[in-house]
Write a protein that binds this ligand. Structure first.
Ligand SMILES: [Zn+2]
Length: 520
């Protein structure tokens, strides 16, 4: 995911990206308090009282009503079916094969055809939108579960098992997508089918969108659905299991991250053009100097400090867990007005800094055409991560002001790599405070499975498909209910795997969570 130069989609690895980010926040602080082997677990007074989580292959799976053997068999069969369909963005991959297979399962189970729609802009990249309808007319807007069906390429030669074979070994499921995110796709398909079979009816519509091209490719299903079929996917809020989750330290649940907002990804092309000439006759005008002067101004520029309801909640929680100067500084930035000296000290840690301002950084450079010629062009890519509430166009104009050089061009580069004179005006919504209707049951159910684990809303510095909904004004919450050891992150990597026990817990979680959100 991170290797693509202009990667925007699939940038984040659930649930680890958020975890890794959390770890990086904690690491410098933990260093002087605890031996490394203890990590930061000691900061959470709640979690220090937590019971040890069950070993990876134990049973029962959770403190929630557990799925029956029959339900588990179905959930396992769906998981296997999805893993064994190659949904990479390659000639061998086909998302439609997977979404059509799920469509068949819903139709066979008796869902009406109009509520199980397969649609998309490309024959191989069809999205499936399932609507679990409330009887009559519900006054409440639906809840949308957003799940991508595509996976990152995996080569048989790199793996110890066939990445497109569902292998159960040593208490783990192996296969491409077992962490990211066919586990959640399968758990939600199984949950919808189970609830339907049990005759349960929601009090509001529940929607499941299984989409294409989150990891890469030209046909991002989430973006396309929001733009072209808003009616099908319109919702009060989105639950996206492609983020968040529970971090384990030797089996003990340490923290449950919930992604409650994220920044907007934008690339800009900065270009200087000059008449060039022979390098034996240099002049003050020089495309490379012009560009690097501008980039140096950017390097020295600090975007304004900002906070929203999510980051405020996050830092408030963190203040209670930290000690010493860090705790003092966090409290100081939470004050009114925030203490800028404290913000500057905290900002020395990149993940803090990125969490309270827009950031823009030069990431690529190209200039000149010969060793013995004055450069005629010099170009840089500047990558920005925009704080919710600002549009890419607003930031483009801000870059022009920072550079203060009318001869430079500052253009927007789309995800597809196309260059435009202006940038989109769409901004990610300023997130509301975490909605109790979501956080109430989420916390209660998480607590039932992993007693004592703190549930923490976070702003993701990276990007996921949630952003398309956030830009459409719909709050999004990223939570996988998957528990992984912190050193077992394998999404996008070789030998991707998921503890069997983790899968059953997430299955139990989504069953109870769907019921709670659906009005039970
Ligand atoms: Zn993913």
């Amino acid at each position: 995911m991170l290797d693509a130069h202009f990667a925007r989609q699939g940038e984040r690895q659930p649930p680890y990206n958020a975890h890794m980010r959390f770890l990086s926040l904690q690491a410098p602080i933990a260093a002087f308090l605890l031996p490394v082997c203890l990590g930061f677990s000691g900061f959470f007074t709640q979690s220090s009282q937590a019971q040890a989580a069950s070993p990876a292959n134990s049973s029962p799976a959770s403190g929630l009503p557990a799925a029956s053997a029959e339900d588990r068999a179905l959930a396992s069969a769906i998981f296997k079916e999805l893993i064994e369909i190659n949904t990479t963005d390659t000639p061998l991959g086909n998302v439609t094969t997977a979404t059509a297979a799920m469509q068949k399962r819903f139709l066979d189970a008796g869902f009406p055809a109009k509520d199980v729609q397969l649609l998309g802009p490309d024959a191989r990249k069809q999205n499936l939108v399932v609507r679990f309808r409330a009887p009559g007319t519900s006054s409440e807007k639906p809840v949308l579960f957003l799940c991508h069906m595509d996976v990152v390429e995996a080569l048989r030669s790199d793996w110890s098992t066939d990445p497109f074979e569902f292998v159960v070994k040593d208490g783990y499921y192996y296969g491409r997508g077992t962490q990211d995110m066919k586990n959640s796709d399968a758990a939600l398909v199984a949950t919808f089918l189970r609830l339907h079979r049990e005759g349960w009816t929601p009090k509001r519509d529940l929607i499941l969108a299984l989409t294409a091209d989150e990891e890469g490719g030209k046909f991002n299903g989430a973006d396309w659905l929001v733009r072209q079929h808003r009616d099908l996917v319109d919702a009060a809020y989105v639950i996206n299991p492609d983020a968040g989750g529970v971090e384990l330290d030797h089996g003990r649940a340490v923290v449950a991250d919930v992604e409650a907002t994220e920044k907007v990804y934008s690339d800009f092309q900065i270009a200087a053009v000059d008449r060039g000439g022979h390098s034996s006759l240099p002049r003050p005008d020089n495309a490379i100097y012009e560009l690097t002067t501008a980039l140096n101004k950017l390097a020295a520029y600090v975007f304004p400090f900002e906070m929203n309801e999510v980051t405020r909640t996050y830092f408030t929680n963190l203040a209670g867990q930290e000690t010493g100067q860090t705790a003092v500084d966090i409290r100081a930035i939470l004050g009114s007005p925030p203490d800028m000296a404290a913000a500057e000290r905290l900002g020395a840690e990149p993940s803090f800094n990125a969490n309270f301002r827009t950031t823009c950084v030069a990431t690529r450079l190209a200039a000149g055409h010969a060793n013995n010629a004055l450069p005629q062009t010099a170009q840089a890519n500047v990558n920005c991560r925009i704080f919710p509430g600002h549009s890419p166009e607003e930031i483009r104009k801000q870059l022009i002001e920072i550079f203060a050089d009318p001869k430079l061009s500052v253009k927007y580069v789309s995800d597809a790599g196309d260059v435009f004179d202006t940038a989109p005006e769409r901004k990610a919504m300023v997130p509301p405070a975490p909605i109790p209707e979501v956080f109430g049951p989420l916390t209660r159910l998480t607590e039932a499975i992993w007693p004592g684990v703190p549930v923490t809303p976070v702003m993701e510095n990276g990007a996921s498909d949630s952003i398309y909904f956030a830009q459409a004004g719909i709050p999004c919450y990223g939570y996988s209910a998957i528990a992984l050891e912190r050193d077992d992150e394998r999404a996008h990597g070789r030998d991707e795997r998921l503890p069997v026990d983790s899968y059953w817990k997430s299955l139990d979680f989504f069953y109870s969570f769907s019921k709670a959100l659906g009005g039970d």
